[in-house]
Design a protein around this ligand. Sequence first.
Ligand code: BGC
Length: 717
Amino acid sequence: MDVKKLLVKMSVREKVCQLTQVHFGMYDDKKFYDTTGPESILYVKAEDGKNFGSILGEAPTEKILEIQEKHMQDNPHKIPLLFCTNVVHGFKTIYPIPLGLAGAFDMELVRECAAMGAKEATVCGRHLNYAPMADTARDARWGRVMESAGEGAYLSALVTKANVEGFQGDLGKYKMAACVKHFAAYGGAEAGRDYNTVDMSEYTLRNYYLPAYKAAVDAGVTMVMSAFNTLNGVPVTGNKWILKDVLRDEWGFDGVLITDFRAVKEMITHGFAENGKEACFLAADAGVDIEMMSSAFAEYYEELIAEGRLTIEQLDTSVERVLRLKDALGLLENPTKDENPEEAKAILLCDEHRALARKAAEESAVLLKNDGVLPFSKTLKRVAVIGPHANTGKLRGQWRCSGQEEDVVTVFDGVKNALPESEVVWCEGVASAAFDYTDESGIAQAKALAKTCDAVVLCLGEDEDEAGEGKSRMDITLPQVQYKLLDEVCSVNKNAAVLLFTGRPLAIKRLHETAPAIVNMWWPGTEGGNAAASILFGDKNPSGKLTMTFPAHVGQCPIYYNHYRTGRPSPDERKGKTFVSAYFDGGNAPLYPFGYGLSYSKVEYSEVVLDKESMRGGEKITATVRVKNAGRYATNETVQLYIADTFASIVRPVKELKGFEKVALAVGEEKTVSFEITEETLAFYGADGVKKAEKGEFKVYIGTDSSCKEGKAFRLV
Ligand code: BGC
């Protein structure tokens, strides 16, 4: 459709309303365009209702149809509403949280999961997805790490791209528009406190925080969401440098730029805008198209045009972007797009989707420790499933969209499904995983039960709602009461394995020292219980890897593998040295490094071989390693390539992930894995903001995780 023709017919007020996103709550049962209750804070007027452009929030499918139908009758230009929501890890069928799924190191799986979420969401009337989240997450105290692909830019960029492709495809049937967020550097919040200040060098920003958003833009993402935070003193919502110079001019993004929730008016609270009118000016002038859930645009945009501070051209540019997006989704021809309540019944939670969610949960699980108890035998007579997460459907994590507790396979049910011939018994022991839960009264019963069983599955972790937005924690250990449960149970039954449920890395040194085996399930989603059982009983050999470092102590946060060098590096332990860059009360070594994850097998790595000792720009070097499955189980090994730039015009990290390959290895099988290293592999943004490789020495490491040592050197000449 020719959106320009549409644009000329619209009044200024109608245009401004297209740029105002309101909440589903405005369309309550009794009254359309309700501006009372929570919506009254928006200061939007009821008579604008028919002109608004988009709606945020979870609404029943039938209600969406009703709202759209009414809107199409009322809107003078028949411009449909855009329904927006957060399909972060599934819509109805919930798959593992992004932090876990990224650790499967399988981009096709990420794409398939995203496509499944989009299919379920679109048949239920949703058009636009506030995902993927592409924030680099280096601080486990920050609750939103669960939505990210972890601490490394290389992996995050690949995952973000795969997500955009999975959600959007060609924007045709069962596809939804994607919105990459939170641009930019929201993950850099100081001290892991949500919404907090972000202050970082452009060098760090460009090399470690921007690549994943850029990958989304390069993949054709239709929308970008600006972040809540300040970036070097300027709230992103009004930050012309990042929104205009970088996003629009440098990267060429011409899609829709939306703010985060109420972020325009929050510029007043930040102490950046004097009032609502200035906030409107600053956001619009920085290139924001849609204001989410605050009403500075609705209140002041026209006034600012009349005063000549904003122009009608700015307004038109933004409205045209919004209309183009609606057109690209086919909404201008068909306002309900794929919405179909009947079809939804057959699609939501269908067998195919459950199977994919199960596969994703199995592939995301990370074996953190195993002193030989796992996998459990399938011939066990009596198995106990114990702990706060043992028999609950609360295995979804935050941003669970329409995922219901009752649709989730619990661990108790999963174990029963896996062992139809055995007796499987359950007991909570500790009734809640909440950080402040201290009641020990159920532990004696759990201990007594454990004593009567051949094996124990202990389901520990944080509460499902303790990670996510607004869920920063200063203490990321397990509650003492869970340790007490572990100690008591293990004192009577050593054939015990812990399933860990969490949305973030936890500081679980004590768990590592005490539990015979630990499988990190993250928040696995709808098929969590079945996936856990596959791993416990050896139907699936775990192969997931950590996408974030697990600290040995919360005081190490933020801790990440690709940190810069210092002039006084420290070995993992201080070994009596005083003036080194290390904590004297514990050292620098994490509990588990980035990329870490065991399997039931043992993979041996040969030495790395480089085909040359030096290369010129434009040439390539091939790094090769042989990997052998020396264990007793077939396995999938993620072979990881890391490179270190020995010296440069600006200090470089100790090493960076630059490639990986997930290889299937039968028992005894040996394979050769090769990586090509080009100038592009070695390039980085220097202090001048230019991306290039610098001549000199590099070291190549190939191994099973980021702690791999003994790099092979070559030179770029
Ligand atoms: C979050 C966004 C989310 C938006 C709409 C905000 O609070 O930061 O990630 O997309 O709400 O739900």
